[in-house]
Design a protein around this ligand. Structure first.
Ligand SMILES: Cc1ncc(COP(=O)(O)O)c(C=O)c1O
Length: 376
């Protein structure tokens, strides 16, 4: 029996391979590998796709977060709040600027930052005489965080919000696209992301001309009027022209792929919802379904994962250890001194099933049948 990968990048390649190879060949023939028209055209299309004024690409999604933190000029004594149930890059971007990440719990239904826990974290910061500056709101598994509630808290407490959209670029929230929900939005083009390239890549989206100029400078050694005019300390983090060419082809079919992902997610939920907690779906918020993640709290999650592996079905646990429990982050403060219970529970019970736009009905049936058998 053929195995079923968690994400089947080869399936997309079967559809798009010729067009991507032609695009790659064009870049190689033009021999313009750094910035140039491929990158400029892609940035324009990316901004247009989500209705942002600027898209600034960079080397990866982690750098996109780091640039957001650098552009907001955080430093020692400053606090940026972030969920604990996320990928390490979120906290890394804060800590690398010598600022303090304060870890916040998540909501059990959406897996995203809990506004109540954020309020508790703001109190924690104030009582430690640290200066609250902003929030990184991660849209976990592709489902946007509760931006309306977060913006209300941010306004009241003088905070900015960065939308951590590494997994959610392409999603919508109450009539707006991800990319328009915060002052700065960061995303990743890691190959397995809904919009992924053939290596590393990332981008920042913003409507703010000044922030856009600053990030454009940061990604190219702090350039001023030209690359030999250095006005700030920056780094070298650009999207390769080759990756931009791949992404231009992928962006053209991205809306169709998002529709396919949503159909597959709905089918999983219809077929599994009676046995386990399936992901939250709402009428006015859409997900990119970067991952389709169920919560297995009434059976042995690890046994189900092992059974699926034995049946040749790929799964993943995002994330097995919340950041506040990680060696490097455990001395940073949390919203609640007694722990972040939802995140800890989720870390023990989540399981992501195969998800990509080319999962056909028969393959999905095989997964559903096996999951039901193991979880029952
Ligand atoms: C939530 C989140 N933030 C940031 C990143 C970092 O992106 P990259 O791997 O492109 O650096 C990822 C990628 O896995 C992610 O899932």
């Amino acid at each position: 029996m053929t195995s079923i990968p968690l994400v089947d990048l080869r399936a997309q390649r079967r559809r798009l391979g010729d067009r991507i190879d032609a695009a790659l060949s064009r870049v190689c023939d033009e021999a313009n590998f750094i910035m140039g028209t491929e990158v400029a055209e892609f940035e324009w299309s990316l901004a247009d796709f989500c209705g942002a004024r600027h898209a600034i690409t960079c080397g990866n999604g982690t750098d996109a977060l780091i640039f957001a933190m650098m552009a907001k000029e955080i430093g020692p004594g400053d606090v940026v709040f972030c969920p604990t149930f996320t990928f390490a890059a979120t906290a890394e971007a804060i800590a690398l600027q010598r600022a303090t990440p304060i870890f916040v719990d998540v909501l059990e239904d959406t897996f995203n930052i809990d506004p109540e826990s954020l309020l508790a974290a703001i109190d924690t910061a104030r009582s430690s005489r640290l200066q609250p500056k902003g929030v990184i709101a991660v849209d976990l598994f592709g489902y946007p965080a509760d931006y309306d509630s977060l913006q209300e808290i941010a306004r009241e407490h003088g905070l900015w919000i960065v939308s951590g959209a590494a997994q959610s670029f392409g999603a919508r929230y109450r009539g707006r696209s991800v990319g328009q929900l915060a002052e700065l939005t960061t995303t990743s083009f890691f190959p397995s992301k809904p919009l992924g390239c053939y290596g590393d890549g990332g981008a920042i989206l913003t409507d703010d001309d000044e922030l856009a100029r600053c990030i454009d400078s940061l990604r190219m050694h702090g350039k001023g009027t030209d690359k030999y005019d250095n006005v700030r300390i920056g780094v070298n983090s650009r999207l390769d022209a080759i990756q931009a060419a791949v992404l231009r082809e992928k962006l053209a079919i991205f809306p169709e792929e998002l529709t396919a992902r949503a159909r597959i997610a709905r089918r999983y939920s219809d077929e599994l919802g009676d046995l386990m907690r399936t992901p939250h779906i709402s009428n006015d918020v859409s997900s990119t379904w970067a991952a389709y993640t169920v919560v297995l709290d009434s059976c042995d999650r690890d046994k189900v994962a092992a059974g699926l592996k034995q049946a040749g079905i790929g799964t993943a646990i995002y994330y097995p250890v919340p950041l506040h429990r990680q060696t490097v982050y455990r001395d940073f403060p949390c919203a609640d001194r007694n722990g972040l219970p939802q995140s800890e529970r989720l870390a023990k019970s989540v399981l992501s099933l195969p998800m990509h736009p080319y999962l056909d009905d028969a393959t999905q049936d095989r997964i559903i049948t096996k999951v039901r058998e193991l979880a029952d």
